[in-house]
Ligand binder design. Structure first.
Ligand code: NAD
Ligand code: 6OD
Length: 486
């Protein structure tokens, strides 16, 4: 059985406690690896290694050389593409067609994009007058923040982890990563790539484990961690923020969502249906900015519902290796229990089940997998829990609306504010509506069309701060002003 160890100071190491946990293939329920569980001892070692790396070669590399090595990281991921792809698909069960187009290439691109960005971003300078007439020159300098704690989720494991590690290293920091306990493999494999690319020991460290009472919690509590970047549930973000309050450490949070899609009657319905199919069902609905609430203008409501139903029923469910498969399992049995709880709740709350609502029949080899049916509901009230709470599964509720004001009110009636999508041919209306929508990511006639240089993050309970492009630099670096009297 494969064993997955921590990666600390450039080496793979075992847990001092000798504790290991299982890494389960969600498509079959089989155990595919044993993972070392880190505790205080491993977090202490990893943070110390990161601190030492900042004081060593890494802290003194010319910027061009730092960037060249980050480019090499991206190149090595691409050279070892098949290994990363196999590991990601084994951990998540997601279709290869998705992971090979999104997870792995974007995971690699995160190193190049941020290296290029940091190299080219200027800082400001101001000349000021002084009473003696000689003046003074102010200019800002950007420095790494220090040791960054990175806590990542399981839905796009490599992509969402490198989305943080890429800019952190580009800014000159060192990191300690705690990947999700569900998906340790690609984060572990990246250690080899870091060594191959010449990233000095201690710059990239990985400690496996769980959240509370385990590596995750210890990382957020460690006084040697200067800032914590986290992607995951809003509830976990609340716990991490409390831990980071000790020592006034900065946090960057990408949290949950309950994202609306608004379909106006003038929309190109083919496009709107194709886009909503992806936003509701891609990655088995486990995408933070996926759509769980769909509002459709009444004249096209019936047509939209029946065409989305047909689309959901045509999804091809199965193992990730099958090139025709576009629908995998949920991440775990535990998560399936949670999603199925919402499927039952929807019926108790009075929903009409348009399609799905349960567990599909699968061949025997996949009997232990976390398979679930894509599901569409109509008929729920706006206060139903299924309409208000994040489910993070392949499901959506569709409700008709009659006016722009009404639908903006409905879309904003949520504690979350991550993403919203508007489908219409009327671009003046699109612009009017998106400006009123309370969300950090606003799409018009598209979904998951994302340039890595653009700001990414949510409002309200969906997060704090923006990562992506130059915006991440605010979190991953410290700005100081230098004032020189001339
Ligand atoms: P999660 O919050 O359960 O876990 C995320 C990570 O936090 C894991 O590594 C976990 O071990 C760790 N963790 C849990 N409790 C902790 C604690 N007390 N202290 C420190 N670490 C702790 O989230 P998940 O189930 O892995 O991911 C799904 C959630 O992530 C959904 O809510 C989804 O919306 C959200 N998400 C958001 C974004 C975004 O960009 N906004 C992207 C992807 C996922
Ligand atoms: O690809 C991206 O840019 C990105 N940040 C994806 C996030 C997906 C969340 O589930």
């Amino acid at each position: 059985m494969k064993e997955i160890r921590h990666f600390i100071n450039g080496e793979y190491v075992a847990s001092e406690s000798g504790r290991l946990f299982d890494d389960i293939d969600p498509a079959t329920g089989e155990n595919i690896a044993r993972v070392h569980e880190g505790g205080k001892a491993e977090i202490d070692r990893a943070v110390a290694a990161a601190r030492a790396a900042l004081d060593g070669e890494w802290g003194h590399l010319p910027i061009a050389e730092r960037m060249a090595r980050l480019h090499r990281v991206a190149d090595r991921i691409n050279e070892r593409f098949e290994e990363f792809l196999a590991a990601e698909c084994a951990d998540t069960g997601k279709p290869r067609s998705m992971a090979s187009h999104i997870d792995i290439p974007r995971g690699a691109a995160n190193f190049k994009i941020f290296a290029d960005l940091v190299k080219n971003v200027p800082t400001e300078s101001f000349h000021m007058d002084t009473p003696d007439g000689t003046g003074a020159l102010n200019y800002a300098i950007r420095r790494p923040k220090g040791v960054i704690g990175v806590i990542s989720p399981w839905n796009l494991p490599l992509l969402l982890m490198t989305w943080k590690v890429g800019p952190a290293l580009a800014c000159g920091n060192a990191v300690v990563v705690k990947p999700s306990e569900e998906t340790p493999q690609t984060t572990a494999l990246l250690g080899e790539v870091m060594n191959e690319a010449g990233i000095p020991a201690g710059v990239y460290n990985v400690v496996h484990g769980f959240g509370p009472g385990s590596a995750g919690e210890y990382l957020t509590q460690h006084k040697g961690v200067d800032a914590v970047t986290f992607t995951g549930e809003t509830r976990t973000g609340t716990a991490i923020m409390k831990a980071a309050a000790e020592g006034i450490r900065d946090v960057s949070f990408e949290l949950g969502g309950k994202n609306p899609a608004i379909v106006f009657a003038d929309a190109d319905l083919d496009q709107a249906i194709e886009g909503t199919m992806r936003s509701a069902f891609a990655n088995c609905g486990q995408v933070c900015f996926g759509t769980e609430r769909v509002y459709v203008e009444r004249p096209v409501f019936d047509e939209f519902v029946s065409r989305l139903k047909a689309g959901a029923e045509a999804l091809k469910m199965g193992p990730s290796q099958d090139p025709d498969v576009n629908f995998g399992p949920l991440i775990s049995q535990e998560h399936r229990d949670k999603v199925l709880g919402y499927y039952r709740l929807a019926e108790e709350e009075g929903a009409t089940v348009v399609t799905g609502g349960g567990v599909p029949e699968m061949p025997e080899a996949f009997g232990g997998g976390a398979w679930i049916q894509p599901t569409i509901w109509t008929g729920l009230g706006d206060d139903a829990r299924v309409v208000r709470e994040e489910i993070f599964g392949p499901c959506c509720h569709i409700r008709p609306f009659d006016s722009e004001d009404e639908v903006v009110g409905l879309a904003n009636d949520t504690d979350y504010g991550l993403a919203a999508t508007v489908w219409t041919r009327d671009l003046a209306r699109a612009n009017r509506v998106v400006r009123r929508l309370e969300a950090g990511l606003l799409w018009v006639n598209s979904w998951f069309l994302r340039d890595l240089r653009t700001p990414f993050g949510g409002m309200k309970s969906s997060g704090i701060g923006r990562e992506g492009g130059v915006h991440g630099l605010e979190f991953y670096s410290e700005l100081s002003n230098v004032c020189i009297k001339l």
